[in-house]
Write a protein of this length. Sequence first.
Length: 469
Amino acid sequence: MQIYDSVQKKKVPFEPIRKGEASIYVCGPTVYDDAHLGHARSALAFDLLARTLKALGYKVTMGKNFTDIDDKIIKKVEETGKSLEEITTHYIARYLEEMDALGVARADIEPKATESLDAIEQMIEKLIEKDAAYLVSNGDVYFDTSKDAHYGDISHQVGEDEENQSRIEHTVGKRNPKDFALWKACKGDEDICFDTAFSRGRPGWHIECSAMIEKHFAKEHGNEQYSIDIHGGGADLLFPHHENEAAQSRCATGHELARYWMHNGFVQIGGEKMSKSLGNSFFLKDALSVYDGEILRYYLNSVHYRNNFNFNEEDLLAAKKRLDRLYRLKKRIVPGKGSAVNKAFKEALLEAMSDDLNVSIALSVIDEMVAKANEELDSNPKNKALKKETIANIEFIETLLGFGGKEPYAYFQIGIDEALKTKIETLLSERSEAKKAKDFERSDAIRDELTALGIAIMDTAEGTVWEKA
RNA sequence: GGUGCCAUCGCCAAGCGGUAAGGCCGCAGCCUGCAAAGCUGCUAUCCCCGGUUCAAAUCCGGGUGGCACCUCCA
């Protein structure tokens, strides 16, 4: 397995800390709003990584956190009058629901900041002890970036330029402009505060992840050099979030946080990063209300995870058509039991995915398998061995890539209610009567009627089948 | 201002020094009562200019054009 390490800036062989195991921690969402397409892409990318490692035989432990204490959540509390818990549980549930729809496997560990306050406090205390962190007069605790000789190794982005420094807010008592808050003391009557040995307040964003990794991963998955194998997240987290995480952990534990760092590219709309400030966010829930989760999954995963992804509906439609082809093949071979996966097919897929998740190649391997199977079924529709092998092939696609698992008729008939279904069936039997009587005018009229209903039909050797167009 | 990423057929997108995968769209054919579906065939020399090499989309230098990070962000 080769993965691209964004710190070394190149593809490197994946060598796990513990033989046969792989621990992955991905930065999850801050739960103050609905998930957007970017959250989906990140989740999908690392889901693919986990699936690939599993298929290669690794015992994978996946962790994804929920940041449930944060300034933005507190702002939401103030705006809505709801409690912090009400807000975070709501968005966490929504997030998980939507990820389920995309076929993203649940993480093995889903830590929350609110459940990791003990670890956060411990880590900060340790940093203060080592003088890598300091308490200022208002109760804030800052990390002293000058105490970490390797600060900047992750993002390569920490220079001495004055221009840059001038952009960073100077807070009273900070030793260095780049020092960042580990703990924010309560100012006034804020009620979302926690008591600690150093002050009453709440954790900063960066320390949450470091502490959660130490609490939930390091003991079981790390060694004396690294806490986890792979740390992932969106490319925008590289700096400062991951730089700061790495620095804190290094200073607190004496070893590196992660052996590899992987970052996914953005989802863009019209060539620009999707973001709240640009007003071009696309919520996952809105996409899911129009498109099936499986199609969104296929589409969002069809571009290499490191590239930026320019979202648009035409491309999504093209992706859907490509997935349709797989399901049409599945229609031809189902029902039945699978035999063994075609060896060459399986190897080709694994080889593609082992190369830093080269999905494009994997998808082309699938396209070729589909075309070849269709060709053979055209010449010999009763080829049982081929059918069984193809069933197994598609099952393998499902485990490795997470699509193709649906019952094909269900796939093509999503969103069609029973009443419409009955109507379609009635029209279709009327049409076959007409066809039998060679009343083609009538049968074509029925087909037009179905087209108007958004239904496409196709006559096969086994009879007429229909799909939602 | 600093730091990166990217530029391949109408569109999406592989390629990682050895002579351009795959999909969508389009065209032609087979099949079909006609369609649809499926199958077959056809469709690019890789932003520009230099250089290295027997050989470059792939490496180096210089342009041009996009995008991102440096501030909360997947």
